[in-house]
Design a protein around this ligand. Structure first.
Ligand code: PAF
Length: 281
């Protein structure tokens, strides 16, 4: 495995591999099984697997959250190597945002205004779109792998890649969960045992909604079931939306995405489940 810190070095290392298929896994480090699922998906489909590790300051709306974000580079490099990553790109802030940096990639419309955009502010997705555009252009991979847990991020990045004509396919990998159902997240490490037990209401609420959706198609009725399961948690949003447009649904006709964000103590957790069309398997 080769680790590089500059875009120039990354391009040099990747130049001889361009005949084969290149996959990239963008991360902010603090790797867990969810990231490793992305690596495994990339490894299965690509000749060269690149991982990027960069805690992107522009997507954090809260300086304390950025400060607290776990940085575990040695552990990450060991896991990346053990799981077959060929090249790790580990830029510093000055490499990604050099002096005079003045460009923002901003995806307009409802897909960045609702849900995470409404809670965290538009600047969050500007930060994500800008850094992902830079990373994809630096790697010029054939495929980029993202986790389904960040469903809105996937929608925004997919739009951005299509709009800018970036020649990288966006592949979405199912959410990795602990045995108790909690979606894996770097933030889970901050939960106390008591908070973690309470956080399990999140996957339970999603499962209850998905289960009820086999007989109930009214979104308000389904959300009431979910809210009852989340009682006692600080719920930022629980919504049923169109999986592509992220517009609110009142009745489930086609596929639907149930999205939830809660705060458990000082920790913010997001999760989602896709409800297939009734005729889908
Ligand atoms: O999902 C993440 O870890 C980040 O938002 C990403 C895509 C690496 C951009 O910083």
């Amino acid at each position: 495995m080769i680790a590089v810190t500059t875009i120039a070095a990354l391009r040099e290392v990747l130049a001889p591999t361009r005949g084969g298929r290149i996959g990239v896994v963008p991360t902010m480090g603090n790797l867990h099984e969810g990231h490793l699922d992305l690596v495994r998906a990339a490894r299965a489909e690509c000749d060269t697997v690149v991982m990027t590790i960069f805690v992107n300051p522009t997507q954090f709306e809260d300086a304390a959250d950025l400060e607290r974000y776990p940085r575990t580079v040695e552990h990450d490099l060991a896991l990346a190597e053990a799981n077959g990553v060929d090249v790790v790109f580990l830029p510093g802030v000055e490499e990604m945002y050099p002096d005079g940096f003045a460009t923002t990639v901003s995806v307009d419309g409802a897909i960045t205004e609702v849900l995470e955009g409404a809670v965290r502010g538009r600047a969050h997705f500007d930060g994500v779109a800008t850094v992902v555009a830079k990373l994809l252009l630096a790697v010029l991979a054939d495929v980029a792998y993202f986790g389904a847990k960040d469903a809105q991020q996937v929608v925004v990045v997919t739009r951005m890649v299509a709009d800018l004509g970036i020649p990288t396919r966006i592949a979405v990998v199912p959410t990795a969960r602990d045995a108790d159902g909690l979606a894996l997240s770097s933030r889970n490490a901050r939960l106390t045992a008591e908070e973690r037990a309470r956080a399990l209401a999140v996957p339970r609420a999603l499962a209850a909604i998905a289960d009820a959706s086999t007989r109930e198609r009214d979104a308000a009725a389904l959300l009431a079931i979910g809210r009852a399961t989340l009682a006692g948690l600080d719920v930022e949003y629980l919504e049923i939306v169109d999986p592509d447009a992220l517009t609110t649904l009142t009745t489930l006709e086609g596929a639907a995405l149930v999205v939830v964000a809660v705060r458990v103590g000082a920790t913010r957790l997001i999760d989602n489940v896709t409800i297939p069309r009734r005729s889908d398997p």
